[in-house]
Design a binder for this molecule. Structure first.
Ligand code: AR6
Length: 173
């Protein structure tokens, strides 16, 4: 697996899949979720709505992932995951965030996808400190079995400040 940090708008990446930092309802929101739905068009919302509810209003519990087509996006698929809300770090946030990365990679492998772009899951509205999120993410990705050597993981940061934090974490790993 190769892991690189890129500074970009995730919705512009022509990869096999991009990851959406969604909420459990999977019916859109702000941040990168809103940007992905705007760029993909209304068919994405319909595809999300068609995913079955685990409990009322919950299509994807925190730490899990679901896949849909990418519709008008340059990416072929969207892998929706729900990161943890930051509550100070003692509420299982790191385990849940690591689970997001593993679940997304598992779906990518199951669908034979190689190029996958991740946003900084939970680092916006959900308040996860980016230094800690980067470390958790990279550790989780590095633990993916070596049986998937073709995976090309792009950690997509929206701005240079975030990219510097993620690149530093990658260099430390
Ligand atoms: N490309 C790349 N990164 C982006 C983009 C983009 N177009 N737009 C934002 N980011 P957030 P969360 C960065 O808040 O913290 C939504 O309402 C952003 O700068 O999108 O997991 C959902 O519906 C930040 O670094 O996701 C949920 O309710 C990172 O993406 C909730 O927000 C994640 O920020 C999820 O919160």
């Amino acid at each position: 697996m190769t892991i690189t940090v890129v500074t970009a708008d995730l919705t512009r990446l022509a990869l096999d899949a991009i990851v959406n930092a969604a909420n459990p309802g999977l019916l859109g929101g702000g941040g990168v979720d809103g940007a992905i739905h705007r760029a993909a068009g209304p068919a994405l919302l319909a595809a999300c709505r068609a995913l079955s509810e685990v409990t009322p209003g919950v299509r994807c519990p925190t730490g899990e992932a679901r896949i849909t087509p990418g519709f008008k996006l340059p990416a072929r698929y969207v892998i929706h995951t729900v990161g943890p809300i930051w509550h100070g770090g003692h509420a299982g946030e790191a385990a849940l965030l690591a689970s997001c990365y593993r679940a997304c990679i598992a779906l990518a492998v199951a669908h034979d996808l190689q190029g996958i772009g991740f946003p900084a899951i939970s680092c916006g509205v959900y308040g996860y400190p980016p230094e800690q999120a980067a470390s958790v993410a990279i550790t989780a990705l590095r633990d993916v079995p070596a049986a998937h050597p073709a995976l090309d993981v792009q950690l997509c940061c929206f701005d240079q400040r975030m990219a510097a934090i993620w690149q530093h974490a990658l260099n430390q790993a």
